[in-house]
Structure formats: C-alpha cells, structure tokens
Write a protein of this length. Structure first.
Ligand code: BEZ
Ligand code: FE
Length: 323
C-alpha cells in the first residue's frame, strides 16, 4: 500500500493517510492559503498564513473527528454566551492555555538577568478597575478590605539603576477570602473601592503603602473554561498575589504581580503567571509598632518589591514603501 513517507513503519505503526488522501488534505490547506495570499497587507498575510498552517496541521495531526469539531464549536459558543462587559471568557481561555503568558513573554523581552534586569511581566487579569483612589505614600490601599495588615515598600529604577521619580504605581488585590472588591455586593465602584489604589514614586524613586496580606483564590470557573480545567483535573486556583501596573515617561509599562513565598499554588497557577523572580518573602511581624506610626494589635506582614523598568521600545516602521 502506498503510505506517506514520514509515517513510521513496522507491525505496530499507526495507520497514516495514504499519499492520495494526504494530497487531498493538503489541497484544502493550499486553497485557503491562496485566499489570503492576495491581501496587500503584508502583516495580515503573514499572520493568517501561519494561523491556517497551524490550525490545519493540528486537525491533520490529531485526525480530528467531526464530533470533536462540533464539540469545539459548542465550547466556543459557550464562551461567547457567558461573556459580558465584566466577564471575558475568551481571555480566561487564553490565560489557562498559556497563550496570554506566551504573548506577554514575546512582547516583553528580558533585558538580561540578575541585578539591573527589568522586572518580569505577568498576566493582567480581569479585576483591574480604572479610577482607583490616589493613595499618599505610606497610605493604606486596603480601605477596609479584610485581611492581616501588610506593609509593602520598594523602589522604582531604570535598568541603569537610576531612580524613577513620579512613576504611577497601580496596585490591586484580593482580600483574605480571595475576593476582589468587584466580586462583592456593591464593591468596586467609586467610593466603594477596596484593596486597590494608585500612588506615585518619591523623588528618590521609593514608594511604600499599607495593604492586606493577599490570599489565593480560584479564577472564575463556573463556565466553559472551568469545565476545561475540570476535564484536565487542573486546579482553578491562583497563588496569592498583589497586582502592580507601573507607568513612567519613556519606560515600558510594567504589568506584573508579586507572589507570596510558600503559597501552595505557586507550582500550579491556573494561568501560568508565576515567575521565580516575582516570588517574595512576606515576613510575619509581631504585634506592636509598625511603619507610619501605626500600632498593630495582631501579627502583620511586610515585603519589599524593587521595580526595574525597561526603556520604552523604539517605535519601528511596520513596513510600507520606502523612498
Ligand atoms: C487575576 O490574577 O486577577 C486573574 C488573572 C487571570 C485570570 C483570572 C484572574
Ligand atoms: Fe489577581
């Protein structure tokens, strides 16, 4: 029998398509590729050509059944059905497939390693809210969020170690029960924002604020993405973290988190967001005197997060005719 040359041979070899069948399948791919080849937008052509090659290659690789194709369509339909202005199931799907982290990695290239390397980026997540309250340096972003007090301090510098003054630092986090304010009744709108705020680094690049010790929590898992995780036996939990978004003139915007060392989910983050460099010691402190003249009744925590910003990428031409 005439088989494709790349198919393994031997008594237990899987049966691959015949040469004739492979040619028919290839003809479908080539016809679709030809449909995009006439586009005058070079980038669109490049992206669509690669997408079609990979999608068709996937169908051929796994010999996708029609029932599986229908299941995939129903899954995507379910993602659409549950998506609202505040629930974006497609981004969640991208997150649990590691697509979000891969795209972040491609677009935030490392600037080296060790001292002076830019702080690593991680996922944005769905719980950022525009218009968080401005918090003075040393102020409290918890605004009544439940949890043990936590002091966070650090600096913002560039990759040459120069302080970055006036950097805007947005922070947001879940409370001790694992809920963001937007997940609580009436929370997350102006006047009811808790566990979020923004501040500006000092003239020497330093910053500091009070917050609460974050807790681990599950990503929204009551939709198709939750079903996908369950089918794989994967946890929907994220390890405890505080989100940061740091912006400054001439610098690449940094979207990242700090994670709490020792968290049981560090090795199984549902969205693959953990980087070793972002795992920090949140050291427990005894009751008593604390920064900013506070006296704390129970245990409290402190951590230090020094942010290093990469320079903004130079804008490059995306093609078009040159003189
Ligand atoms: C978050 O950390 O807020 C998050 C990130 C990705 C998916 C869901 C939640
Ligand atoms: Fe989060």
């Amino acid at each position: 029998m005439n088989r494709t040359s790349h198919a393994p041979t031997g008594p237990t070899a899987p049966t691959g398509p015949t040469d004739e069948q492979a040619a028919r399948e290839r003809a479908v791919t080539d016809a679709v590729l030809a449909g995009f080849a006439t586009s005058t937008d070079a980038r669109y052509r490049e992206v669509m050509t690669s997408l079609v090659e990979h999608l068709h290659g996937f169908v051929r690789d796994v010999r996708l059944s029609e029932a599986e194709w229908a299941q995939a369509i129903a899954f995507l339909r379910g993602c659409g059905d549950i998506t609202t202005d505040t629930r974006q199931e497609f981004i969640l799907l991208s997150d649990v497939l590691g697509l979000s982290m891969l795209t972040i990695g491609v677009n935030n290239p490392a600037t080296g390693s060790g001292p002076g390397a830019a702080t690593e980026a991680t996922v944005f997540g769905p719980f950022f809210v525009e218009g968080s309250p401005e918090t003075p340096l040393g102020g409290d972003v918890s605004q009544g969020a439940k949890g043990a007090p936590c002091w966070v301090e650090g600096s913002v510098t560039d990759t040459a170690g120069r302080p970055v003054a006036g950097a805007r630092i947005e922070v947001w986090e879940a409370d001790e029960d694992g809920f963001y304010d937007v997940q609580l009744d009436g929370g997350g709108t102006e006047g009811t924002m808790t566990g979020r705020g923004h501040l500006f680094s000092d003239a020497d690049g330093s910053y500091r604020f009070w917050s609460v010790l974050p807790a681990s929590y599950p990503i929204p898992d009551d939709g198709p993405v939750g079903d996908l995780l369950a089918a794989a036996g994967r946890s929907s939990y994220r390890p405890a973290h505080i989100h940061f978004m740091v912006t400054a003139d001439g610098m690449r915007t940094l979207v990242t988190h700090v994670f709490v060392a020792g968290d049981p989910y560090l090795g199984s983050d549902a969205v693959f967001g953990v980087k070793d460099s972002l795992v920090l010691d949140f050291a427990e402190q005894p009751p008593g005197e604390a920064p900013e003249g506070r006296t704390v009744d129970g245990p409290w925590y402190r951590t230090r997060f020094d942010v290093v910003l990469a320079p903004e990428a130079p804008t490059t031409s995306t093609g078009g005719p040159t003189a």
